[in-house]
Design a protein around this ligand. Sequence first.
Ligand SMILES: Cc1cc2nc3c(=O)[nH]c(=O)nc-3n(C[C@H](O)[C@H](O)[C@H](O)COP(=O)(O)OP(=O)(O)OC[C@H]3O[C@@H](n4cnc5c(N)ncnc54)[C@H](O)[C@@H]3O)c2cc1C
Length: 410
Amino acid sequence: MGTHVDDATPAFVATRAEALRRLDAFLPRAGRAYAEARNTDGGPEAERSVSALSPYLRYRLLSEREVIAGALDRHGAEADKFVSEVLWRSYFKGCLELRPAIWARFLAERDAGRDAVRRSGGLARAVAAAEEGRTGIAGFDDWAQELAAFGYLHNHARMWFASIWIFTLRLPWALGADFFLRHLVDADPASNTLSWRWVAGLHTPGKTYLATPDNIARHTGGRFHPRGLATQATALVEAPLPAIRPLAPQPPVPPGRALLLLHPEDFGAERSIVPGVDVVGVLAATGGTDDWPWGAAARRFVESAAEDAAARAEGSQGGGADVTEGLGAEAVLAAAAAAGATTVVAPEAPVGPVSDALGDLAGPLTAAGMTLVRVRRPWDDALWRHATKGFFPFRERSRAVLGADGLGDG
Ligand SMILES: Cc1cc2nc3c(=O)[nH]c(=O)nc-3n(C[C@H](O)[C@H](O)[C@H](O)COP(=O)(O)OP(=O)(O)OC[C@H]3O[C@@H](n4cnc5c(N)ncnc54)[C@H](O)[C@@H]3O)c2cc1C
């Protein structure tokens, strides 16, 4: 393997220019070629069958809308598979937004798992062997090392890895999800947590994903044919989740001069946040404190992405732009005062640590006479509410919504 994350992650250069370059290079393959080859994982050195756009979508250097529009313009109905995959992202974001208890449960189970590791030498050794790729299971060990080296895994490798972690190694699923969050550049509270739950049989109760040696061999071009994998995947069980929390109505944005606050859930600096709002300054916040659940590779990406967002905002929004570490009230208030803003407007952050940090910011801002308004992007506002059941009804609703108005600049 050889390549360490410090050398490998610059492969994901965190600028919108790079995101657009990659999108442009991928679009010719977003039609039939993607549909036919997307399940193949030739390994980190092989030409990719997929876009590897996930870090750019995750932090919104690219919007879902523009990626989907690009694929449809180029391939029409042949882009269907690719469009569906991008919609999985919006679906998972909506699912978590409507069911915040899932994120809270993950954090609680992760912490309980970490406690269990501290108490049990056997579990500690088993988790360490899995994370370091020393289990002796062909493929699994390679993916563990590939993840640590590159901050990225092909979707199929993520599915196989999660399945083997849960059903063959019988390790706590939340520790596996945590391992992914600490290494993926695209580390996402919704896509990661819900995908692990989907494999475990918690997302669609009773329906699990079982990794098989033949499937792995076929889709890795014969690179791996592991032995000793579980032949059954019995679904994990949990207490029922609380009822869905409907999306709150969008708050009105007070008239006046606004500071636009960008953050790791949305570095879309060039998209208007609310038509008619007078943006007089921009602040791009990085991924803050050490207890945020993602690791060094994601953190570095986010820091560069914040710099890039601020630089782009200088040209596309009103006023000056700056970068701040984390979402501390002092820095936000200082930036608002410097810009002469009377309101702070932020694109909505769906459930996760950024949303929590925005929640913590509201009180101190109000105490200082400043309002924080969180505004859902039109894409999110239109789609998240439909993530009430499974993916397929969501996709149908999304197509109807997108077909009706295309959602402007998203
Ligand atoms: C266990 C597990 C954990 C995962 N954790 C994450 C995560 O933390 N962050 C993350 O962005 N994705 C996650 N995924 C989803 C998916 O694996 C990645 O989005 C995808 O592999 C990224 O590669 P790509 O950009 O080449 O995808 P492409 O196949 O080119 O798809 C284009 C885009 O569609 C979205 N997408 C594709 N497949 C999925 C999917 N199954 N679920 C949600 N969105 C999808 C991504 O934004 C992706 O960039 C996870 C999947 C599994 C099985």
